[in-house]
Write a protein that binds this ligand. Structure first.
Ligand code: SF4
Length: 412
């Protein structure tokens, strides 16, 4: 029998230890704000008022600021503003220049370089906007942009033209026109509130919108897309949850990219939403040196399930101007998906999608599990690479007589 010292026991190998560490829940702590009273720290208004928004603050709070970050921050307010809540700032590892949290929110000079294939509106939303602030891209649903503000700004934001107003984009949502459009279009059965972040609206304002949407008979289903539970979990108050639960069926899509974002504060905030009966999904963006590693994403997705959140989409990073330093190849994304599907709970495997450049909508992409397909059979492989065939006819009967030469599986 192998001794304990000669063979690592299950769970003792470095990879398992890394997974265990990534999946632990920690508090973000107080960091530089240890003298702030609890009542203030836990108040989302205090967090918003004390966001880090200037280069001077960054220099003081992050002595390891690199020349690339310093130069990027100088120029940030001409493209996408800098803003980080104190709570989220505490997740940054100041000793690590490549900290995955840091890369998401601290500007870098690379943001000012635009490749010829990058765009300011990569998903073609403006072209599908019948009234200001409303995008009608798919047949039965609309995107309702309610605000241009977020609690913190993600450096790869697809709507950087719009949010933070740094680029001077003339965004003025006109709720009456947006609501009228939905009233006049009975095919719209699903409304996604997004922005900017809808949960930055006051409870009263948000409730007024939800109430008006609920009063439209053909609107069956409401969704809110938000990163507030991750950037500002203090905003998920019992009062907000009590208000939201009056407007079911209401789903919420959160946005997290790295397991370290899932702190005890975030887990509690998500728990409050789940306790209000709100089904929760998560959207992640595949980002270079943030989460482009199957081990990191597996830990994120498993940890989301522990927070009662179903990983829903993994986005290939949109071709937003100045995001090349954060983009991975699709090939690498597919390799990561290959290491997830079958290797962990199906609920922990989101759909990998590309939002087709120019407004084609979301296109699902997956590793090739269908090796060949003809009138007689489908040849498939499983996550271990084992090959199987399945008869094609609906009742399971092969459609041609035995003996017919079948084409060889074309290896994908
Ligand atoms: S929270 Fe969403 S809308 Fe706001 S900056 Fe991040 S990605 Fe953009």
């Amino acid at each position: 029998m192998a001794s304990k010292n000669s063979v690592a026991a299950d769970g003792d190998d470095p990879e398992s230890q890394q997974q265990t560490k990534l999946k632990q829940f920690f508090s973000a702590g107080r960091g530089f704000w240890s003298d702030v009273p609890d009542a203030e720290w836990n108040d989302f208004r205090w967090q918003l008022k004390h966001r880090i928004t200037t280069l001077d603050q960054l220099r003081r709070l992050l002595p390891t600021l690199t020349p690339e970050e310093e130069a990027g921050t100088r120029l940030a307010n001409t493209k996408l503003a800098l803003a980080i809540t104190p709570y989220f700032f505490n997740l940054i590892d100041a000793s690590d220049e490549n900290c995955p949290i840091r890369r998401q929110v601290i500007p870098r000079i690379e943001e000012t370089r635009t490749a010829s294939w990058e765009m300011s509106d990569p998903c073609g939303e403006d072209e599908h906007s019948p009234v200001p602030g409303l995008v009608h891209r798919y047949p039965d649903r609309v995107l309702f942009l309610v605000t241009d503000r977020c609690a913190s700004y993600c450096r790869y934001c697809t709507r950087s033209r719009l949010v933070s107003n740094a680029a001077g984009y003339d965004f003025h949502p006109e709720y009456d026109k947006q609501l009228d459009y939905i009233r006049q279009h009975p095919e719209v059965r699903d409304v996604l509130l997004s922005g900017g972040d809808p949960l930055l609206l006051s409870d009263d304002k948000l409730e007024s919108l939800l109430k008006q949407l609920r009063a439209i008979p053909h609107v069956e289903f409401l969704r809110i897309g938000t990163r507030i539970p991750i950037f500002l979990p203090q905003r998920i108050t019992p009062e907000l949850c009590a208000m939201l639960k009056k407007y079911h069926p209401l789903f919420i899509s959160v946005h997290s990219n790295h397991p370290r974002e899932l702190t005890t504060e975030v887990r509690d905030a998500l728990g409050r939403l789940a306790d209000a009966g709100i089904p929760l999904g998560n959207q992640s963006v595949l980002l270079k040196c943030v989460n482009d590693d199957a081990k990191v994403l597996r830990a994120l997705f498993q940890k989301l399930l522990m927070c009662r959140v179903r990983p829903y989409y993994l986005y290939q990073c949109d071709l937003i101007s100045g995001s090349a330093h954060l983009r991975t190849s699709v090939r690498h994304g597919l390799e990561i998906m290959e290491k997830l599907r079958g290797h962990t709970t199906g609920y922990a495997v989101p759909q990998y999608v590309i939002d087709a450049p120019g407004g084609g909508g979301k296109v699902p992409i997956s590793p090739g599990y269908v090796l060949s397909h003809n009138n007689d059979r489908v040849v498939i492989r499983n996550f271990e690479g084992k090959v199987f065939e399945y008869p094609e006819a609906a009742d399971g009967t092969p459609q041609s007589k035995a003996g017919r030469t079948l084409e060889e599986p074309e290896l994908v």
